[in-house]
Design a protein around this ligand. Structure first.
Ligand SMILES: *Cc1c(COP(=O)(O)O)cnc(C)c1O
Length: 413
C-alpha cells in the first residue's frame, strides 16, 4: 500500500540521491515549478557567466573577444559539453539557432542524401513547429510531399521505398509518450530512410546513446530540461559518417570552410560547423554554458529513475486525492513508456491551471483540455509534488478556479 501522507513525501526526499542539485538552481520562494519541460530554471552560476561576457568580454575586450574569449568557437565548444548528455562522441554536436531552423536544415540535408525518394514522414501529433517546418521544406523542394503518421502502432505500414526521411519526437510534447529510439531508428534505416529525432522533451532527462543507436541526425532545444535560458540556442547532432557530405540549405558564412578568406562561393566546412549559418547569440551561449556545467556532475540514469518515481508518485496521488472531479490521466501509466511529464485532462483545464499558478504551482495548459506538468528531477522535491496535488484538489473541491481572472487568455498558455 503506497504511503499517501505528507510524511511519506518527506521520507522520499530524505532518500533522494539527487537532492543536493537543487541548490545549484535559483528556485523562487513560494513556487512549485512543474514547467521545467518548457523553460528550465536559472543555474546559479548563469548571472556571473553573463556578467563576465558583458563586462569583461564585450565591454572591455570588444571585438578581440571573438578570439581571446573563444566566442568564435562557442557553438562547437558548448556542443562538446552537451555531447555526453546525448551519448555523442566529440565532433558531432553543435549549438546554434533555434530548433525550428535546425529542423529545416536537417530535413534538407536528409532529402539530399536520398535523391531518389520524395516523402517526409512525420507524426500528425508532432509539436506544431515540426509540422510547419516540414511544410517549409516542401515549399523549397520540388516534388516532395509530407505523409503524416496518424497511428503510431503502424509505423511500418506508413513506410515504403518512397520515404526519404522520418522526423519524430522522442517524447511527445502533449502526452509525454516516449518512443523507443533504438528500435525505431533501426526500422527506419532498414527501409532505407534517414532518421531525424527531435529531442526537445528528452535531452537532459532521458538517457540516450545517439552514437550507439546509430542515429543519423537529431535536434533539440536547450531551454527545457537543460536549463539554458529563454532563447538559448538549440543543438544539432549529425553522425560522423555524414560530416563532409552534408548539403544544408542555410549556407551562411559561419558554415564556410574559411569564413575569413571571404571567397565568392560557398564551400562548406568539413565538420559539424557546416551547420552554422550566421553570427551566433554569444550572450545566450554563456548562460547555456553555465547550465551545462551542472550536467558534468549528473548521472542521467539516476535522473531517469527519479523522473519515473516523481511522475509515478504524482499519478498515484492524483488517483488517490482527486477522484470524482472529472480529471483524467492522459499520460501513459507504464513508466517505461512515459517521458518526464504528466498530462491530465479536464474540461476546465485552462482556468484550473491559472488557479494553480495563482497559488505558485506552475504548470501549463495545452489546448483543448490538457493540464501539463513537467517533473525535472534535478530540483523538484517529492514534497512539492505532494503539495501541488493538495492545491489541485482544493481548487477542484472549492471550485475556486471559476473566477473571471482565471478564464482570461494570455498569449502564452
Ligand atoms: C519546444 C519545442 C520546439 C521549440 O522550437 P524552437 O524553434 O526552439 O522555438 C520544437 N519542437 C519541439 C518538439 C518542442 O518541444
Amino acid at each position: 500500500m503506497p504511503d499517501f501522507s505528507r510524511d511519506g513525501a518527506v521520507s522520499l526526499d530524505q532518500a533522494d540521491p539527487l537532492g543536493h542539485f537543487r541548490g545549484r538552481y535559483h528556485i523562487p520562494d513560494g513556487v512549485i515549478y512543474l514547467d521545467g519541460n518548457s523553460l528550465g530554471p536559472m543555474a546559479k552560476t548563469a548571472p556571473e557567466a553573463m556578467a563576465t561576457a558583458l563586462e569583461g568580454e564585450w565591454a572591455n575586450g570588444l571585438i578581440t573577444s571573438w578570439n581571446a574569449a573563444g566566442w568564435w568557437d562557442l557553438p562547437v565548444s558548448i556542443g562538446e559539453k552537451l555531447a555526453p548528455v546525448i551519448g555523442a562522441a566529440p565532433g558531432q554536436t553543435v549549438v546554434t539557432d533555434s530548433t525550428s531552423i535546425n529542423i529545416y536544415k536537417l530535413l534538407h540535408a536528409a532529402l539530399a542524401l536520398r535523391p531518389d525518394r520524395s516523402v517526409i514522414l512525420t507524426e500528425a501529433d508532432s509539436f506544431p513547429t515540426d509540422l510547419y517546418m516540414t511544410e517549409g521544406a516542401l515549399s523549397s523542394n520540388r516534388d516532395i510531399s509530407r505523409r503524416l503518421i496518424q497511428d503510431f502502432g503502424d509505423l511500418n505500414g506508413q513506410m515504403g521505398d518512397d520515404v526519404a526521411v522520418v522526423l519524430l519526437s522522442h517524447v511527445n510534447y502533449r502526452t509525454g509518450a516516449l518512443l523507443d529510439m533504438k528500435s525505431i531508428t533501426q526500422a527506419v534505416q532498414d527501409q532505407g530512410a534517414i532518421m531525424v529525432w527531435d529531442l526537445c522533451h528528452s535531452s537532459g532527462v532521458i538517457p540516450m546513446e545517439l552514437d550507439d543507436w546509430n542515429v543519423d541526425f537529431a535536434v533539440g532545444c536547450t531551454y527545457k530540461y537543460l536549463n539554458g535560458g529563454p532563447g538559448a540556442p538549440a543543438f544539432i547532432y549529425a553522425a560522423k559518417r555524414y560530416l563532409g557530405k552534408i548539403q544544408q540549405p542555410l549556407s551562411g558564412w559561419w558554415g564556410h570552410a574559411a569564413p575569413f578568406d571571404f571567397e565568392q562561393d560557398f564551400r562548406p566546412e568539413p565538420g559539424i560547423r557546416s551547420f552554422l549559418c550566421g553570427t551566433q547569440p554569444i550572450l545566450s551561449m554563456r548562460a547555456l554554458s553555465a547550465a551545462l556545467d551542472v550536467f558534468a556532475d549528473v548521472d542521467i540514469q539516476t535522473v531517469r529513475q527519479k523522473s519515473q518515481a516523481l511522475t509515478g508518485y504524482f499519478i498515484e496521488l492524483i488517483d488517490h486525492y482527486c477522484k470524482g472531479y472529472d480529471l483524467e490521466v492522459l499520460s501513459l501509466r507504464d513508466e517505461q513508456l512515459r517521458g518526464s511529464q504528466v498530462s491530465l485532462t479536464h474540461r476546465q483545464g485552462y482556468p484550473i491551471v491559472q488557479a494553480l499558478i495563482d497559488r505558485g504551482v506552475i504548470g501549463d495548459f495545452r489546448t483543448p483540455d490538457q493540464l501539463r506538468f513537467g517533473f525535472a528531477p534535478l530540483y523538484l522535491r517529492y514534497i512539492e509534488v505532494w503539495d501541488a496535488v493538495q492545491h489541485l484538489r482544493d481548487i477542484l473541491e472549492t471550485g475556486s478556479w471559476d473566477q473571471a481572472r482565471f478564464h482570461k487568455r494570455d498569449p502564452v498558455t
